[in-house]
Design a protein around this ligand. Structure first.
Ligand SMILES: Cc1ncc(COP(=O)(O)O)c(C=O)c1O
Length: 350
């Protein structure tokens, strides 16, 4: 069945004439212009002008880095903003729904709910993998989107790539593959699949391996028609000048990012080995990310004991099939050593 994107975009938004900020068409060729169009303060600081609404300089470099064209790329104020954008853009409130695969990243449900959009939950299998037949069985005419984070949060594992491909091929709506942790993963990105699948959207972020969580910068990759739609509905200046500058610098420092990722993966192995010797850690789930999910005897108790020792981890035990789990981010080597020591000392007082 041929995929028709217009079936998945809200008609009233397709008809919208976007907010115009026309400055770039006059300044793009480098011509010096007197800018009296945007009610800014004319006294020059590095921040007195609005940023480029389409972030073209940054997008050119990200597009070259990721092997896509600029018209396949959209930048957002963190992936969180993009998740909100795509739900708002594709789902009619009080009619449409999204599919999520719990235990999964919490913002999909929060965002859908704030937009008045329904949420269908299709649990992962016992080994935290996608249940493709169950997902396909639950999708119907009002199912616009499915969100698949891989590696998944909070479980930390990759989903099987062939299962993801089957979903992209057979799911009737738009499939969002959230690759927030892709730099840590042993699976490659599915960005090259964009050439084959017009219903695929991939998102990545500068918040994790790139070390820029405070700057809020997300990337979404999709068919140019989809990207053009996002550009029409977005807030005009959603990426600020400081973030654009910081990201341009970060792109020059990818060797350092690769080294940090390598070190963090080594540290993850060190943590996994240490966890095997802690009696109250019953299971350490396989991780393809910069965090590890463990099952303990009593997650509320262990969480509080770690807080008392000055270490904050996450207790995702309220998530489906995550009873008595803790989610632990891989920190600096000395932080990980302190965590291991804290866990060992708690074991002694068992
Ligand atoms: C799977 C997943 N997607 C997206 C995000 C949010 O990314 P951002 O900081 O770019 O909003 C997170 C953050 O924890 C995440 O785990």
């Amino acid at each position: 069945m041929k995929f028709d994107l217009t079936n998945y975009l809200r008609p009233r938004l397709l008809a919208l004439s976007p907010y115009q900020s026309a400055r770039e068409e006059f300044t793009a060729n480098g011509r010096e212009m007197i800018l009296l169009d945007a009610n800014e303060n004319p006294f020059a600081t590095k921040l007195n002008r609005y940023p480029d609404p389409l972030q073209l300089e940054l997008k050119e470099q990200i597009a070259a880095w990721k092997g896509v064209s600029i018209d396949q790329l959209y930048l957002s104020n963190g992936s969180d903003e993009f998740i909100s954008n795509i739900i708002m853009g594709c789902c009619e409130p009080d009619r449409d729904q999204i599919v999520i695969v719990p235990p999964t990243f919490g913002m999909y449900k929060v965002s859908a709910t704030t937009h008045g959009v329904g949420v269908v939950e299709v649990p992962l299998t016992d080994s935290f993998q996608l249940d493709v037949p169950a997902i396909l069985a639950r999708a119907d005419a009002s199912t616009q989107l499915i969100f698949i984070p891989t590696p998944n949060n909070p479980t930390a594992n990759n989903f099987d790539l062939e299962a993801i491909r089957e979903l992209v091929e057979r799911f009737p709506g738009v499939v969002v593959i959230d690759e927030a942790y892709v730099e840590f993963s042993s699976n490659p990105s599915v960005i090259p699949w964009l050439e084959t699948y017009p219903n695929l959207v991939v998102c990545q972020t500068f918040s994790k391996a790139q070390g820029m969580a405070g700057a809020r910068l997300g990337m979404a990759f999709a068919h140019p028609d989809f990207i053009a739609f996002f550009n029409r509905i977005k807030a005009p200046y959603n990426i600020n000048s400081l973030t654009i500058r910081a990201a341009l610098e970060k792109l020059k420092a990818q060797d350092q990012v690769r080294e940090q990722v390598k070190l963090l993966l080594e540290e993850r192995s060190r943590l996994e080995e240490a966890f095997a010797h802690i009696p109250f850690i019953e299971k350490c789930f396989p991780s393809d990310a910069n965090f590890v999910l463990i099952r303990v005897d009593d997650s509320t108790l262990r969480y509080q004991q770690l807080i008392d020792k000055g270490i904050v981890v996450r207790n995702p035990s309220k998530n489906l099939n995550c009873e008595n789990t803790l989610r632990i981010t891989v920190g600096l080597p000395e932080e990980n050593t302190q965590l291991i020591e804290a866990l060992l000392s708690l074991s002694k007082t068992l």
